[in-house]
Structure formats: structure tokens, C-alpha cells
Design a protein around this ligand. Structure first.
Ligand SMILES: C[S@@+](CC[C@H](N)C(=O)[O-])C[C@H]1O[C@@H](n2cnc3c(N)ncnc32)[C@H](O)[C@@H]1O
Length: 433
């Protein structure tokens, strides 16, 4: 089999230079790697390579006579990975050089072996000075695109350094216990029996925090549907929507079904899960099957309810709108590479459209929960404020959480606060019930 670093360089080139998603490239490649240790290294290389690309990709400009990005994307990615291994992952210098030279040969690029060796050795000689140069510019200091550094600085001036640092931190997965099949204490004990340490989140009833990254699918209880992977910030949706048994609930942007399944684990509901992408809707069905939950999944466009709505009002609506995902970069570092400032305008337009389209489906006295995993005001408080100003039958149902910030009509968690992802929630009640 090809060495792990060669596979990782090939995959990272597709993500960072080819625009493919880390999740998809990873899912496609990791199963082909036999040994668990190699899989873990491959995953770490892809994640850290994506997380730190914007720091170490520009560092190569000055080390190469001619850029390789376009001519030899895999060799370029291999060099970025060399710097990431030394500077981020703490891998020994001789191992970085030797394994990179081996990898470039495995990639069928033997004529670049000398160049890879020379560039990495030069970095190692000059690294202190070169790191100082990278630290002098915010974009290469934080490995963030400059538009996003500016946007975070504008919206969270006192907290932007903390937000950027938290977004670059590696965090272990969080689990959500399936109450219908297991108690949190029971799952914790079962995991402990196999040497997996975990701790309950202090104020989220179903959340269990793992001590470190692990292959979740081989943990005891996964196949039996005792738990799912879901950051605690996303688990707050079920607390804020809190439907009573028997209610009609709409989840308007449902895939892969994390929040849908959580709601169903808590109460017996009629829940309609709408999702535009058929392939993503399949993930909702897979999760439901594994967790043993009922729900009606419908492939449809949330901005055009006439094509899927039966005309009966909902008591609760969850609108987990498509967004910049700027609050979840710590778990999806390729967002820094793929999201563009110009995407925002279209996202904000869809968020407005969805609120407008779904509001008539809510019963008087009902609650709509607007949610995004963004930390930008333009997608959060400004969307909800504009909606409130245009709808006299909409009232704010305020909730204060143990962490985070009041943000217009809603509540904002920033990445890392209470150990959670960044997430925005606003509860809108419909008058006249
Ligand atoms: C933030 S994700 C939802 C995450 C989900 N609620 C969960 O907790 O697992 C947003 C989803 O909205 C879907 N989506 C985007 N535009 C849509 C539309 N017009 N109608 C319905 N779904 C849409 C996306 O495909 C994506 O799956």
C-alpha cells in the first residue's frame, strides 16, 4: 500500500487546491487504509493540514524558485504537510524529511525527491526566523482568511483573539446519549469498561464528553444505537424547542438528522424532517434506523412549502438554516479554505426567505427556533431582527444559557465557550394561541 503521507498529500491537494470537502475526501479514503494506527495518522494529517494550510502554504512561496501549487499539487501539499508535521504535530525532524522523500517517490514523482529534501532541510535551518515572519501577519499567524478575521473582529471586537484561537484548537468528539436505549451513567460506565474515559457535560443533560479523539464507530454501543456524535451546542436545540409529546414538529433543514433524532429520542412526536438534498436525506434515514426512531423524511425545499406541506399547522418548527458554519471551524477546519466572503450574501438571502416561507406553517401559540452554526451577526441577529420588524405576530421568547452572549433577539455561543461549538439560537413565538 502507498505510504500514509503520500495518501495524505494526495487527499490534502484535493481539499486545499481542488475545493473538495475534508469530510467527503476523508470518508472516501480512510476505509482503504488497513491499520488503525495508519488511519489515525492519515486523519490527523488531513485535519491539521487543512487547519494550518493558510499558515504554511504561503510559507512555501519564499522557499521555492517556481511555485508548485498548480503544476504539482500533490508535491506542494506534501511540502505543506512536512511543515505541519514539524511545527504542529511535533514529529521529529529526521522522520519528517525521510518520510516526505519516501512519499514523493511513492507519488511517482522521484525527480522531486531532491527538491523535497532540500526545501524541508532549509525550513528546519531557518524555521525560527521564518515562523517570526508568519506570526507578523494575522492571516498567516492564525491560518485564517483575512475576510473572516475582519468579520470576527467587527462582530466580536473584544473576543476575536479568543474566537480564532478556539477555532484552531483540536477537540475530542462529544456524544449524545439516546435516552430511549441507555442512561448517560450507563453509557459512561460501559465505555469505561473498555478503557474509554468520558465526562458528563455540566449543563447539557444528554451530552458526554470524550477525553480524546477516537474511532466512534468501534465504541461499544454505537451499532446498538446507544449514542450519536453531536457537539453539545447542537444539543441545545432540543432544550430550547422542548416539544411536548404528541406535538406536530417540523425540522425544515434536517440532514444529517442530528437534531431530528435528538427531538425524537426525547418525546413521541409527529416529526416531519425536510431536506433538499436527497443524498443527505439518506443520512437521516440511516441515523433513524440505527437509533430506532420514527420520523417522516421528505425531500423538499424549505423555501417552497407548497410542494410538500399538507396544510396542517405545526406546534414547533426548527429552522437550522444553511450558513457560513463559521462557528464550527474547530471540527471542520476546511471551512477556512472553502468559504468565501461573497457566499454570505446568498446565504443571508436564503435565511430570510426560509423564515418568511415557514412562518405561515406555525400554529398560533407555537414556537419557531431559528438556529445557525455561524458566529456572524449578519446571519443571526440581523436576520431575526429584520423578520421581527416585518411581523407583528412574532414575539421573542428569550432564554439565557449558562454560557454565551445575548445577541439581539437571540443567544450566541462562541466556539470554545463551555467547551462547545459556536451556535446561534433565537426563539420566536407566534401570537394568538
Ligand atoms: C445546518 S445543516 C442542518 C443540520 C441538521 N439540522 C442536524 O442537526 O443534523 C443545513 C441543511 O439544510 C439543507 N438545505 C439547504 N438548503 C435547503 C433548502 N432550501 N431546503 C431544505 N433544506 C435545505 C442542507 O442540505 C443541509 O443539510
Amino acid at each position: 500500500m502507498m505510504p500514509v503521507r503520500a495518501l495524505a498529500a494526495r487527499a490534502l491537494a484535493r481539499i486545499a487546491l481542488g475545493g473538495e470537502s475534508l469530510r467527503e475526501v476523508s470518508a472516501h479514503s480512510v476505509g482503504k487504509i488497513a491499520a488503525a494506527r495508519d488511519r489515525a495518522l492519515f486523519t490527523a494529517l488531513l485535519n491539521e493540514g487543512s487547519r494550518w494550510w493558510l499558515r504554511f502554504d504561503p510559507a512555501l512561496d519564499d522557499l521555492l524558485k517556481q511555485p508548485l501549487r498548480e503544476r504539482q499539487p500533490e508535491v506542494h501539499a506534501l511540502l505543506v504537510l512536512g511543515l505541519v508535521q514539524r511545527e504542529v504535530m511535533g514529529i521529529a525532524e529526521h522522520a519528517v524529511v525521510a518520510s516526505s522523500v519516501e512519499a514523493v517517490r511513492a507519488l511517482q514523482r522521484p525527480r522531486f525527491a531532491g527538491l523535497v529534501n532540500a526545501v524541508l532541510r532549509r525550513w528546519l535551518r531557518e524555521r525560527v526566523e521564518r515562523l517570526r515572519t508568519l506570526d507578523a501577519v494575522p492571516q498567516t499567524q492564525h491560518a485564517f482568511p483575512s475576510w473572516l478575521i475582519d468579520a470576527v473582529g467587527r462582530d466580536w471586537p473584544d473576543l476575536s483573539a479568543a474566537v480564532l484561537a478556539a477555532s484552531n484548537r483540536v477537540v475530542p468528539p462529544m456524544l449524545r446519549v439516546n435516552r430511549r436505549r441507555q442512561t448517560r451513567e450507563g453509557l459512561q460506565a460501559r465505555l469505561a469498561q473498555t478503557g474509554v474515559a468520558s465526562a458528563p457535560h455540566p449543563w447539557l443533560e444528554d451530552a458526554l464528553m470524550l477525553d480524546r479523539n477516537r474511532d466512534i464507530t468501534v465504541l461499544p454501543g454505537f451499532v446498538e444505537g446507544y449514542f450519536s456524535v453531536q457537539d453539545g451546542a447542537a444539543q441545545i436545540a432540543a432544550d430550547l424547542l422542548s416539544p411536548a409529546s404528541g406535538m406536530r414538529v417540523l425540522d425544515a433543514c434536517a440532514a444529517p438528522g442530528g437534531k431530528t433524532c435528538h427531538l425524537l429520542e426525547r418525546s413521541d412526536l409527529y416529526l416531519l424532517a425536510v431536506e433538499r438534498e436527497a443524498s443527505r436525506a439518506e443520512h437521516i434515514r440511516e441515523n433513524q434506523r440505527r437509533l430506532g426512531l420514527p420520523a417522516t423524511v421528505c425531500i423538499g425545499d424549505a423555501t417552497v412549502p407548497a410542494s410538500w406541506w399538507d396544510g396542517k399547522a405545526f406546534d414547533r418548527i426548527l429552522l437550522d438554516a444553511p450558513c457560513s458554519a463559521s462557528g464550527v471551524i474547530r471540527r471542520h477546519p476546511d471551512i477556512k479554505l472553502h468559504r468565501r466572503e461573497r457566499d454570505l450574501e446568498a446565504l443571508v438571502a436564503v435565511q430570510h426567505q426560509m423564515l418568511e416561507a415557514l412562518w405561515p406553517l406555525l400554529a398560533p401559540g407555537g414556537t419557531l427556533l431559528y438556529a445557525t452554526c455561524s458566529i456572524l451577526h449578519a446571519e443571526n441577529r440581523e436576520v431575526v431582527q429584520a423578520f421581527m420588524a416585518a411581523h407583528s405576530d412574532a414575539g421573542i421568547e428569550r432564554r439565557v444559557l449558562p454560557a454565551g452572549h445575548s445577541a439581539g433577539p437571540g443567544w450566541q455561543l462562541l466556539p470554545g465557550e463551555a467547551g462547545l461549538d459556536g451556535m446561534y439560537y433565537a426563539r420566536l413565538g407566534k401570537r394568538g394561541g
